[in-house]
Structures are given as structure tokens and as C-alpha cells.
Design a protein around this ligand. Structure first.
Ligand SMILES: [Cu+2]
Length: 172
């Protein structure tokens, strides 16, 4: 449950093309646009465009490279589409109107697979040198140790430890 909260707090909304939006006008370099962003799971990709002239198709890498509009994985046509990023890896989109993909109206939203989602957490807390198995787990036989820990670290320290346990198990 804590992880969900962490992800929501880190989620961002990215408007593709920024103020220009999703268009063929102005030769916007969507590759450059995407390269300046650090996408994460939980983020929202917002395509804003004139639905009379454009659309959004999510496609495979092969279709993306070839601008092949014949079998999109998904098609969005409202002109105000929000797409939730729910997993890591590449997410390929282009405009399915003939000629638009070839003209550069295509974008690859890449959520790095090994990106730490804990950039805002002090690095000492997420050191990969601490194996998850060696973090003490509370059990009846260790109740004394555990309460001593609690007294030593205070509730904030315990919360931080809980976060570490969750993060380590998440990235494993
Ligand atoms: Cu278009």
C-alpha cells in the first residue's frame, strides 16, 4: 500500500510536444522532446490535437519504424487523450493519418527498466549493498530487539526502514 502512495506522489503528466501539442506543424522533434523527459510507471502521457486532422495510435516497434498504420494496438481519436503508463519499457505512438508519421509525428515513450523510482529518497536508504534478507523482520522471538530498535531509531526511522524493505522487494 505504501508503494502505491509513493508512485502516485511521483506521477507526472507529460503533454506531448508541450505547448505545440501533437501536430505536423512546425516540424516538432518528438524524439528530442521525449529525450528530455524521465518517464516513470504511473505517469500520464497527454496527447492534445485537432481531432479533425490527427489521431494517436499505439503500435509495436516494428510498426513504429515502418510507420505501418494497418494494425495498431490501440487508437485514440478524441483530440484530448490521456494514456496511463502502467509498465516499463518502450511505448510507441504515432499519428495514423497518412503521411503524418513519415513527417515525424511519432514518439517513443521509454520508461527505463532499471530506473530507480526512489530518486527523492536519500541514497543511503536505498543502498543496493544491503540484501533484503538481512533486514531484520519482526517476530515474537525478536520482540525485544525490535522494540529496542524502535526506541533507538524512533518511528520515523522505522518508517524509513519499512520503505527500504518495500523498495528492495519491489525492485527484486
Ligand atoms: Cu497527424
Amino acid at each position: 500500500m505504501l508503494m502505491v502512495a509513493v508512485h502516485i506522489s511521483n506521477a507526472a503528466v507529460y503533454k506531448v510536444g508541450d505547448s505545440a501539442g501533437w501536430t505536423t506543424i512546425g516540424n516538432i522533434n518528438y524524439k528530442q522532446w521525449a529525450a528530455t523527459k524521465t518517464f516513470q510507471v504511473g505517469d500520464i502521457i497527454h496527447f492534445e490535437y485537432n481531432a479533425q486532422f490527427h489521431n494517436v495510435m499505439r503500435v509495436t516497434h516494428k510498426m513504429y519504424r515502418a510507420c505501418n498504420v494497418s494494425a495498431p494496438l490501440a487508437t485514440y481519436t478524441t483530440g484530448n487523450d490521456t494514456i496511463h503508463i502502467t509498465r516499463r519499457g518502450h511505448h510507441f505512438f504515432f499519428c495514423g493519418v497518412p503521411g503524418h508519421c513519415q513527417a515525424g509525428q511519432k514518439v517513443d515513450i521509454n520508461v527505463p527498466r532499471n530506473l530507480s523510482t526512489t530518486a527523492s529518497t536519500p541514497s543511503a536508504l536505498v543502498s543496493p549493498l544491503v540484501p533484503a534478507a538481512r533486514i531484520p523482520t519482526p517476530s515474537p522471538s525478536k520482540a525485544v530487539t525490535f522494540s529496542a530498535l524502535k526506541d533507538g531509531f524512533g518511528s520515523l526511522g522505522l518508517m524509513a526502514m519499512a520503505v527500504v524493505v518495500l523498495l528492495v522487494s519491489d525492485s527484486a
